[in-house]
Design a protein around this ligand. Sequence first.
Ligand code: FES
Ligand SMILES: [Fe+2]
Length: 363
Amino acid sequence: MNLNSQTFSSIRKPKNFNNPERFIEGWYWVIPSQNLRVGEVKPVTILGRELVIYRGKDKRVVTYDAYCPHMGAHLAEGKVEGNALRCFFHRWKFDAEGMCIDIPCLDTPPSLKLQTWPTAEKYGMIWVWTGEIPQQPLPFVPEFEQKECDVAIHSAFMMNCHPNVVMINAIDAQHLNAVHKLPLEIIFQRQELNDNAIIFNNTTPFKEENCFLLKLIRLFYKNAITYSVCYWYGSIGIVTLGPDFFHVHTMFAVRLHEGGKTEGQILLITKKRKGIFGWLSNRIVLWLTKIAGKFFLMGDIKIVQTIKFDLKTPIKADQSIMQFINHVEKQQSLMWGTWQEGRSRDVESKPKRERWQDTMSND
Ligand code: FES
Ligand SMILES: [Fe+2]
């Protein structure tokens, strides 16, 4: 087989993938749940949009756009009252749905609603859906879809390349051998979980070789070596690996930062085990997961800090990366900063600004 027959024709310029101005509509991590106590309100900026989050008396987390619709005070200066938030400046009060429910100098507040964003908690994190109505469930580890989990929030990080580029590292089969010195060939098979989630499962078993270590490891794998990566919204990658009887799961949750960079959070996840022994064994499992995670990051750091991604010459071994790019291209993208729908790369709609008129004020 000559080289040409193994190369793919080059892909046309993707509109979503590796675009520093776009991200896929979906669930994105905000901050760890434990960093927002009942009655607390905080400013957060994610995907270029300034937001405010608070936890009401009912423990529910609410997310609004950051600035008060009256005169633009930052609502994080305000105060949580029951399940509502009161602006610091003129003390207008908004409920968990964003409705204005009190203006101290008026008997009845006008019908006014703040922009709110669907918010939920899972795996020890607060997550926000970047559209009006969530179209998909919160990202989950496929093996634990309905199960309760134990999670360790490992670390937050910044990287110099686009989140999509960070994500494909886990399915870049060539680099597993070249960078991580994996002594096996990994060949993935893809499986679409839904419109926004895709799984890549390794299909290759251990080869019979005269290596003692490989023979020993093979005892723990009946079929293919467990190595799978589940992606959500092109921005969350869950890596599962281990022998048949014991899997570890690491979630790399990333989001697009200013200038096409990546800010991310690593979560170590295992299923909940009961009792004190269950708790103790989970500490060990999560510690082992952390060691496995380090294996993945070693050597990759310098690549993702310096790469200028441009897949000019894809070959057969890059097939999974191409499939990931196609998967990202099919999804609904939004513009960084405005969260408005992405259109073509050249014709971006600029938000129309109303001209201020005297008639806009009532007095
Ligand atoms: S700016 Fe918030 S109440 Fe006036
Ligand atoms: Fe890697």
